[in-house]
Design a protein around this ligand. Structure first.
Ligand code: CP
Ligand code: NVA
Length: 312
């Protein structure tokens, strides 16, 4: 399995099979154990990675820094407004130069084509730290969290609601790949990325999972094992889009009444940051079913696993 990752990019769940994604989850479990037992795991001594974040971040950026520290490598944060790229230097030049200095690039940006272009011009690995289309490092942490809390994936049902954007796309492919049903509750006009949706449906056929878009929130919540709200709008969207989505997604708030419609032992996940009072209530996030802080911690363990996999 090592050969599948070594020196490769990690840009989208669509690029990986079930076995490959499972390997990253298992590696996360292994590294989490090391962390918990306070055992050294500085397997990447002497490496140096660059990070570029064109959007805000608390979890992803700090997970990377801590992951790098524990793995024994250096992480160098490059402010996009201080790079010449902000003055018009093309990606192809920036990428080839960074590639000469660093062992890899961890980048959060807007379009998926931007991370793809960096990857195209770099020999060393590029890891997608979130684009409009995908959030694959979050996806591994989420799989790890579901595995920890539910034991297995097959046959579970995820009730998802919020913006049909990066998290939705990655979760859709994850669910389809691992045989979990995913019911996405949102207004009819909110559509996923077509290519990703098709890939999810293709994978779902193979595993027997159902990926269903529904306007009926109750249908999504009924018998759900995982209730997964995300923010009703995302970074980089226009004021008009944000206002419209906030209004149209109002009936899809995960409050205690909604949560009661899921299974009694359903867990509540959220990639965070959460907007309390919009997609989810404070009461739900603070209730015993909520696993959001374990999920957040798992970001660090899974980023370690991805870094180790693409390096060693
Ligand atoms: N979930 C997530 O990516 O959080 P940040 O935006 O804080 O990194
Ligand atoms: N959909 C959100 C996720 C944040 C982690 C955004 O892109 O803003």
């Amino acid at each position: 399995m090592r050969d599948k990752f070594k020196g490769k990019d990690f840009l989208s769940f669509k690029d990986f099979t079930r076995e490959e994604l499972e390997y990253l989850v298992e590696l996360s479990v292994y590294l989490k154990k090391k962390w918990t037992l306070k055992e050294p795991h500085d397997f990447l001594k002497g490496r140096s990675w660059a990070m570029v974040f064109e959007k805000n971040s608390t979890r992803t950026r700090n997970s990377f820094h801590r992951a790098a520290f524990d793995l024994g490598m250096q992480s160098v944060y490059l402010r996009p407004d201080e790079l010449q790229i902000s003055r018009g230097e093309p990606i192809k030049d920036t990428a080839r130069i960074l590639d000469r200095y660093y062992d890899g690039l961890f980048i959060r940006t807007f379009g998926q084509e931007i991370v793809e272009e960096f990857a195209n011009w770099m020999q060393n690995p590029v890891i997608n730290a979130l684009t409009n289309d995908e959030h694959p490092t979050q996806g591994i942490a989420d799989l790890l969290t579901i595995k920890e809390k539910k034991g297995d994936f097959k046959g579970l049902k995820i009730a998802f609601t919020g913006d049909i954007f990066n998290i939705c796309h990655t979760t859709m492919v994850a669910a389809a790949t691992f045989g979990m049903d995913m019911y996405i509750a949102c207004p009819d006009y909110m559509k996923p990325n077509e290519v990703t949706y098709k890939e999810a449906q293709k994978r779902a056929k193979g595993t027997g999972a159902k990926i269903v878009f529904t306007t009926d929130f109750d249908e999504a919540l009924k018998d759900a094992d995982v209730v997964y709200p995300v923010t009703q709008y995302s970074m980089g969207q226009t004021k008009e889009q944000i206002e419209k989505q906030l209004k149209d997604l109002r009936p899809y708030q995960v409050n205690m009444d909604a949560l009661k419609k899921a299974k009694k032992d359903a867990i509540v996940m959220h990639c965070l940051p959460a907007h309390r009072g919009e997609e989810v209530t404070d009461e739900v996030l603070e209730c015993p079913q909520s696993v959001i802080f374990d999920e957040g911690e798992n970001r660090m363990h899974s980023i370690k696993a991805i870094l180790a996999a693409v390096t060693l």
